[in-house]
Design a binder for this molecule. Structure first.
Ligand code: WTA
Length: 637
């Protein structure tokens, strides 16, 4: 068995080289750290053509036995989850491993009593409360496939996702709290379910106790269902035995075209990768309190609030609220109160908190922090230094972790305290990961001091297996651009030291406050507005969000010609179709869009104008109507 953690930079180099020269041995030794009911026949079988990727074939396991059962003997009384509510005046909750185990088992019974079987899809739309983690783990316990949907998505988005995955049961709450807002979750679900024939049951957790409709035969209360299980005296639930390659979950994410796709992760490989990367990157020590500020509705929450930390017997802090409510010192109070050792957050949160000034930090004891992490978007140097100096007090290494929903876990990142860091750099690949940069023609770029598109050459256990219900889309998106390589969609530079710096997406995917949004998705939503003829959406630099959404819109001839009101109507339309996270920040009305003679919108030009770089628009000779550019330039913000 090989330790999940490397111990020094020399050791990193040695282990990294071994992982490249003996990948199967390496991943087999890493997997020995987990509990399997039966070991694998093959470590990996793969080809990136179809693609077909199988890790630990023949192995049997249940991920919840790794996250719960195996900790009970020695660590049953250790806090597994510390929950901090949205409102600091409400009592916090602590669930020990033993308590979490019981709650997961009880809810597994509830799922079973409500007809859920192995392989069924379950949609989870809950606020950030412990029951969200419990619901996720209970699905995994019975072998049901969870599809968690972030609380900021609209009824229409939820319906699309439920229908794509053909979910039979939905788990939600009456409402949820986020900062000053009450979110009417059940009402949104009710609106979604009008379009969803597959859903026969809805389990509703009590959180805000806002009035909700409860439909006989379909809707049941979480608490009532638990009571039934308790009355029967049930505290255990034998975990379903899963094949390593059985599906664990689906998580939807945006691409450059069309609707979001369901990224599929499987039980064995994902478990190994989540546990390995968590232990190694954060160098987790048994007594440490770990706080990841993401939402479980995104991949970061799946891997680094739930599965990664729990598989390692860690104490994971789950926070319901937002960093700026009731004040911009919310995170620092949490760190102070629970003596958080590891803080993993996003550049957008760092930039937002920085903007309140350093007085906010006065009187907050942040001395417990020994390691920091950043994820989701490129971190600018100013934010990196602030995080380092003001939060880490110059003594907590920052792991700038690069990865994606598709990769399941961290790929390129400093290992805390081991890899020398460099502001703005994700630094080096973890042992087991083989990145490369390719040029436009698909040739691998050798040497250092080079830039290109970031690809991965060799499979890793946590990688996606398919996109749900549409394998061809998976092949097209990730495996067709460059032969025998996984294409990430990111641009990247490798400096003279061989250090990697992610420069951002090279496709039409935006990263707004660390949330992935496809420009095509936003355009489709804007175009649904009754008076919109055509639109084009691009990103532009935004001081806090990283990127903002800039939209150029051609209107028809409606009598509603108050432009400010029409803008609001368009925003409402997008909010209804996708959710508030996709709201355009800027809307510019135009009479035409720059197009090539073959009718393609020249986004390059629109991007430059949105960025305010109107002086050098590059070659515009292929434009159908160059005059349109002047008009757009003059009307730009
Ligand atoms: C971006 C989030 C720079 C990148 C885990 C990637 C980053 C996309 C970093 C995936 C980082 C993530 N530095 N860019 N440290 N981490 N990204 O699927 O463009 O929500 O492709 O996964 O976020 O976003 P996703």
């Amino acid at each position: 068995m090989r330790s999940l953690k490397v111990s020094s930079f020399e050791n990193y180099t040695e282990v990294y080289n071994y992982s490249v020269s003996h990948p199967e041995k390496f991943w087999s030794e890493i997997a020995e750290n987990f509990q399997w009911r039966k070991k694998w026949n093959n470590v990996v079988k793969w080809n990136f053509k179809e693609p077909e990727i199988k890790w630990y074939e023949g192995a049997k396991l249940n991920i919840t036995e790794n996250c719960l059962d195996r900790h009970l003997v020695l660590n049953g009384d250790k806090p597994a989850i510390i929950w901090e509510p949205n409102d600091p005046d409400e009592a916090h909750r602590v669930l020990t491993y033993k308590q979490l185990y019981e709650k997961v088992c009880q809810f597994a019974h509830v799922l079973k009593n409500n007809g859920v079987k192995k392989g069924d899809r379950v949609c989870i739309y809950l606020p950030m409360v412990p029951e969200l983690a419990i619901a996720v783990l209970a699905c995994a316990r019975i072998g049901a496939i969870h599809s968690v949907i972030f609380g900021g998505f609209s009824a229409q988005s939820i319906a699309d996702r439920i229908n794509d995955a053909d979910c039979s049961l939905v788990i939600t709450a009456d409402g949820g709290f986020r900062g000053p807002k009450d979110i009417p979750l059940k009402e949104v679900i009710d609106d979604a379910l009008v379009q969803c024939k597959s859903v026969t049951k809805v389990v509703v957790l009590t959180r805000s106790r806002t009035p909700v409709s409860m439909i006989k035969g379909r809707d049941v209360w979480w608490e009532d269902e638990i009571k039934k299980v308790e009355t029967m005296g049930k505290h255990d639930f034998p975990a379903e035995e899963m094949d390593a390659e059985d599906v664990l979950f689906i998580l939807y994410t945006s691409g450059s075209t069309g609707k979001p796709k369901g990224i599929v992760h499987t039980c064995g490989g994902y478990m190994v990768y989540a546990g390995y990367t968590f232990a190694n990157v954060f160098q987790y020590q048994p007594e440490e309190v770990y706080f990841c500020t993401a939402d479980i509705g995104w991949i970061t929450g799946h891997t680094y609030i739930v599965y990664g930390p729990l598989s390692q017997g860690a104490t994971t802090l789950l926070f319901e609220g937002i960093p700026t409510w009731p004040g911009p010192d919310r995170f620092w109070d949490i760190v102070d109160e629970y003596k958080v050792n590891i803080l993993y957050t996003a550049p957008t949160a760092i930039r937002s908190l920085m903007s309140f000034g350093d007085d906010v930090l006065n009187g907050k004891d942040l001395s417990s922090i020994t390691k920091l992490g950043s994820v989701g978007e490129p971190i600018n140097e100013e934010a990196w230094h602030w995080f380092d100096e003001k939060i880490g007090k110059g003594k907590a290494p920052i792991a700038d972790t690069w990865w994606q929903t598709e990769t399941g876990g961290i790929m390129i990142s400093p290992i805390a305290g081991v890899t020398p860091t460099k502001p703005g750099y994700a630094t080096l690949p973890l042992p087991g990961i083989q990145p490369c940069l390719v040029d436009e023609s698909g040739a691998i770029i050798k040497g250092n001091g080079v830039s290109g598109n970031l690809c991965i050459k060799y499979p890793w256990p946590g990688m996606l297996r398919t996109t749900y219900g549409d394998h061809e889309r998976c092949r097209q998106t990730y495996f067709s651009a460059y032969k025998n390589l996984y294409f990430t969609g990111d641009g990247c530079l490798r400096d003279d030291d061989g250090y990697y710096k992610i420069t951002g997406r090279v496709d039409d995917v935006l990263n707004v406050s660390g949330h992935r949004i496809g420009t095509a998705e936003v355009e489709n939503a804007i175009n649904m507005h009754a008076d919109v003829i055509e639109s084009a959406v691009v990103g532009y630099p935004h001081a806090i969000k990283g990127q903002g959404i800039y939209s150029y819109v051609i209107l028809g001839s409606s009598t509603h010609n108050d432009k400010e009101l029409v803008k609001k109507d368009i925003i409402k339309t997008v909010t209804r179709l996708i959710g508030a996270i996709a709201k355009p920040d800027k809307i510019q009305f135009v009479t035409g869009l720059p197009k090539t003679r073959s009718g393609k919108i020249m986004r390059r030009i629109l991007r430059k104008i949105a960025e305010g770089e109107t002086s050098n628009l590059g070659d515009t000779s292929t434009l159908l109507d160059p005059g349109v550019i002047e008009e757009i330039k003059n009307g730009a913000f």
